[in-house]
Design a protein around this ligand. Structure first.
Ligand code: NAD
Ligand code: MG
Length: 401
């Protein structure tokens, strides 16, 4: 079997590290062709020493120069590149077979589009890219002949419950149920949300994840982004995507069929399962995850999300029903709000205030007649939304001072 050459975008992050763990279990099947990261040089150097990729890319130019000198000093043969264009180049490189998109945020959109247009097997963890890219993203996949495989555990679960023949999906699915842990504040009194610290918000009960997705899981904006992601991945109407809180995180999501038969995918919560499935589909390979011991399960519970506790969740359906571009506005506002919360510039409960206010100010001015059609349009809208969100953050932090 010829080895599949893999480019891991965001290799120093939580998904990136889990991907390298799975790849390292199957050296006969996969070869690491390229690794990319934002700025963490020490971690990238260690990964290059271990996996000997042909390319390493640092998004940050100064970090790229530092990495290049250290790679040279250590006598490693990896070529170092830097900047966003280089991220797109390795994603679309003719020698790349598989791209793991594990960058966080809209920063990952351009490399995802490059991989999609080049017809790669594209493993999508970077949900913000599809939330911003929407129809443009799906068109790029279709036109490039790429194989888009979900890595988000809920979407991988849905995908695993569906037959390989996509043309049957719409006929089968009545709706899907995305499960959510409810995050670390599922039982905390919402009246105390103004006092939540960044440390409390990133301490997720079941997983060690990146800081941004950890905060999103506390506000349930993560689920809002996943509702939007599901709409695009499975070509569903907004009302066909529903959410259930399931604190045990054993059922990773479900498909409710037209005949009310329900298909679910279960397992221990471990991101290496969806990663291994994306890498090996339609086959299955060892992932490193522990087997589920049914005799040790004390119970599985499900409940509807409380919209007062998680006010941001409803914005998913609202933006999906709004003019095209609304989901990109929501994502940009949320990226700025989360970063401001982590920098202690705004309070936890103000993340929603920023998201809501940016949507209110920009969405009505989006034209249903002229939806953003190209990457440049979406990036311009992303930038404009970030500027409005930044103003909103400044207003809120001045009020607090
Ligand atoms: P993380 O913060 O741990 O890692 C992010 C990676 O992206 C790092 O390698 C970082 O260097 C790189 N990066 C950050 N900003 C960049 C930029 N501007 N340009 C280029 N590279 C940049 O995040 P994570 O938890 O691994 O999440 C990655 C993506 O996967 C997110 O979109 C997240 O929503 C999604 N996801 C994560 C999990 C999880 O369990 N961690 C589960 C499902 C989906
Ligand atoms: Mg998820």
């Amino acid at each position: 079997m010829t080895k599949q050459r893999v480019a891991v975008l965001g290799s120093t992050g939580s998904i990136g590290v889990n991907t390298l763990d799975v790849l390292a279990r199957h050296p006969e099947r996969f070869e690491v062709f390229a690794l990319t990261a934002a700025s963490r040089v020490d971690e990238m150097l260690a990964q290059c020493a271990r996996f000997k990729p042909a390319y390493a890319v640092m998004a940050d130019e100064a970090a790229g120069r530092l990495l290049a000198s250290r790679i040279k000093a250590e006598g490693i043969s990896t070529r170092v590149l830097s900047g966003e264009t280089a991220l797109c180049e390795v994603a679309a490189h003719e020698a790349t077979d598989v791209v793991m998109a594990a960058i966080v945020g809209a920063a990952g959109l351009a490399p995802c589009l490059a991989a999609a247009r080049a017809g790669k097997r594209l493993l999508l963890a970077n949900k913000e890219a599809i939330v911003v890219g929407g129809a443009l993203f799906m068109d790029a996949v279709r036109e490039g002949g790429a194989l888009l495989l979900p890595i988000d555990s809920e979407h991988s679960a849905i995908f695993q419950c569906l037959p390989e023949d996509r043309s049957t999906w719409s006929q089968r699915i009545d709706h899907i149920l995305l499960t959510s842990s409810g995050g670390p504040f599922r039982e905390r009194d919402p009246a105390t949300f103004s006092a939540v610290t960044p440390e409390q918000a990133v301490a997720h009960p079941n997983f060690a994840m990146g800081r941004k997705i950890s905060v999103d899981s506390a506000t349930m904006m993560n689920k809002a982004l996943e509702v939007i992601e599901a709409k695009w991945l499975f070509d569903l109407a907004p009302e066909q995507v529903r959410v259930l809180i399931h604190p045990q995180q054993i059922v990773h999501s479900m498909v409710v069929c037209r005949d009310n038969s329900v298909l679910a995918q279960l397992g221990t919560p471990d991101m290496r399962v969806p990663i291994a499935y994306g890498l090996s589909f339609p086959e299955r390979i060892e992932s490193g995850a522990a087997a589920l011991d049914f005799t040790k399960l004390t119970g599985l519970s499900f409940q509807s999300p409380d919209h007062l506790r998680y006010p941001g969740l409803a914005l998913a359906w609202e933006t999906l029903r709004g003019p095209a571009g609304s989901t990109a506005v929501l994502n940009a506002a949320n990226e700025i709000a989360v970063a401001a919360f982590l920098d202690r510039r705004i309070r936890f409960d103000q993340i929603h205030a920023v998201n809501f206010s940016v949507l209110e100010s920009i969405s009505p001015r989006l034209s249903a007649a002229a939806p953003p059609a190209a990457l440049e349009d979406l990036l311009a809208l992303d930038e404009r939304s970030r500027a409005v969100a930044e103003q909103c953050v400044q207003r809120l932090s001045l009020q607090a001072a």
